[in-house]
Design a binder for this molecule. Structure first.
Ligand code: ADP
Length: 168
């Protein structure tokens, strides 16, 4: 499994699946969530509403999948990161769940390439260094038959520098 770093906008990435740092309502928000819904179009929100009507909200650490609408990707995997509340043990475990559950879902869809944003490191205020460490360790420990490439898409300079170091 190859692990790569790209600096930029995840909506532009041509992977089988891109991951969205969603909120539990699944109804869209700011940051990367807003960018994905804006660029992907209404179809993504429509499918999120169907999921919500079926299962209710998406709990922290869990993941669901929709079409990618107008995006170059095939699927959007929506996962809900933890809001940093200072409880390191709990937050770390929930963030690990985000990566593992997204990868499990991707695997079940036969995804070969998957792109992750830096989940929880925006409005949810998770410390970036710790979040990066968990992201890299969790994906490297994931054993998969179908996934060939994992791309970390860093939007801001600070995350880019952290991932560069962690992946070196
Ligand atoms: P969260 O609520 O999980 O913290 P945010 O969207 O606020 O989600 O931030 C998560 C990360 O996504 C941040 O590091 C932010 O810089 C990054 N980000 C924002 N827009 C984009 C985008 N278009 N592509 C990739 N990453 C993005």
């Amino acid at each position: 499994m190859k692990v790569e770093l790209i600096k930029g906008d995840i909506t532009k990435i041509q992977a089988d699946a891109i991951v969205n740092a969603a909120n539990s309502s699944l109804l869209g928000g700011g940051g990367v969530d807003g960018a994905i819904h804006r660029a992907g179009g209404k179809q993504i929100l429509d499918e999120c509403i169907v999921i919500r009507n079926k299962q209710g909200k998406c709990n922290t650490g869990e993941a669901v999948v929709t079409t990618a609408g107008n995006l170059p990707a095939k699927y959007v995997i929506h996962t809900v990161g933890p809001v940093w509340n200072g409880d390191e043990k709990e937050c770390v475990s929930l963030l690990e769940n985000c990566y593992n559950n997204s990868l499990k879902l991707a695997e079940s869809l036969g995804v070969k390439t998957i792109a992750f944003p830096n989940i929880s490191t925006g409005v949810y205020r998770f410390p970036k260094e710790l979040a990066g460490k968990i992201a890299v360790e969790t994906v490297k420990n994931f054993r998969s038959d179908s996934i060939e490439k994992i791309i970390f898409v860093c939007f801001d300079d600070e995350n880019e520098a952290i991932y560069k170091r962690l992946l070196a």
